[in-house]
Write a protein that binds this ligand. Structure first.
Ligand code: NAP
Length: 256
């Protein structure tokens, strides 16, 4: 019997088979969880639907996280279909390509707002709707961050600031959700070649740095992240909330 038999979870952030969220979905499915998926636009639907189908998922819904009515509609459907929810994965981030290169000093007001809205506030908006379905069920939520929230990473710019806001939001949310028996944690993942990552100027040099300097001397995989997500979304982490766990081959501990 799997660790998550009889449990139900919703995954936000599958764009294609390289997405971190997709690796997480596969491991949750392997452990018995029934899954629902969302996609951000029509183009994405054609990529997400076959992936979701391959895991036997029946619920595949549109959700642009900047639109509260789409968020409401997702959770209304989950309420009608399932009545309750055990897990949620938030693997969503966006900044305009022009904000992910050059000096942070040149960040525009609109670019800053958009990165913050999609990459940080969206977690709060989703959690607000998820909690009534999770309350009292030992529910668990995971979001994805990156080391650029803690240290300056060239070109990461507004996204680094948004990830710092995301991580702090997790701590505040953990304090609110704890009494409702819902846990929330962050995985700070090392760099992985995905659609979102390819928007960051000079991404290859970030990969090279981790490979040469991290204690494990290798880059992480989506599956490395997924295994930690399984821990955080299952009873294995029953006493853990508000944490940031680095899955980065140990890169963040190095001083030089
Ligand atoms: P990905 O496959 O491109 O996933 C990013 C997801 O965010 C996509 O599904 C994307 O959908 C979605 N998204 C963007 N704007 C959205 C919106 N307005 N509404 C709804 N969804 C939206 O890339 P990924 O690397 O797996 O990213 C997943 C998470 O991991 C992100 O939070 C990212 O910052 C984080 N992370 C990634 C790395 C890395 O190196 N790859 C490292 C650390 C943390 P669209 O494609 O339709 O925009």
């Amino acid at each position: 019997m799997g660790l998550l038999e009889g449990k139900k979870g919703v995954i936000f952030g599958v764009a294609n088979e390289k997405s971190i969220a997709w690796a997480i979905a596969r491991i949750l499915h392997r452990e018995g969880m029934e899954l629902a998926f969302t996609y951000a636009g029509e183009v994405l639907e054609s990529r997400v639907r076959p992936l979701a189908d391959s895991l036997g998922s029946r619920i595949i819904l549109p959700c642009d996280v900047t639109d509260d009515s789409q968020i409401d509609s997702v959770f209304n459907t989950l309420k009608n279909e399932w009545g309750s929810l055990d897990a949620m994965v938030h693997a969503i981030a966006f900044a305009k390509k022009e904000e992910l290169k050059g000096e942070f000093l040149n960040t525009t007001r609109d670019g800053f707002k958009l990165a913050m809205d999609v990459s940080a506030y969206s977690l709060v908006a989703l959690v607000k709707c998820a909690v009534p379905l999770m309350e009292g069920r030992d529910g668990a939520i995971v979001t994805l961050s990156y080391y650029g929230s803690e240290k300056v990473i060239t070109n990461y710019n507004a996204m680094g600031v948004a990830k710092a806001a995301l991580e702090t939001s997790v701590r505040y949310l953990a304090a609110d959700l704890g009494p409702k028996k819902v846990r929330i944690n962050t995985i700070s993942a090392g760099p992985v070649k995905t659609l979102a990552a390819m928007g960051i100027s000079g991404f290859k040099s970030i990969l090279d740095m981790v490979e040469s300097k991290s204690p494990l001397r290798r880059n992480i995989t989506q599956e490395d992240v997924a295994k930690t997500a399984l821990y955080l979304l299952s009873d294995l982490s029953s006493g853990v909330t508000g944490e940031i766990i680095h899955v980065d081959s140990g890169y963040n501990i190095m001083g030089n």
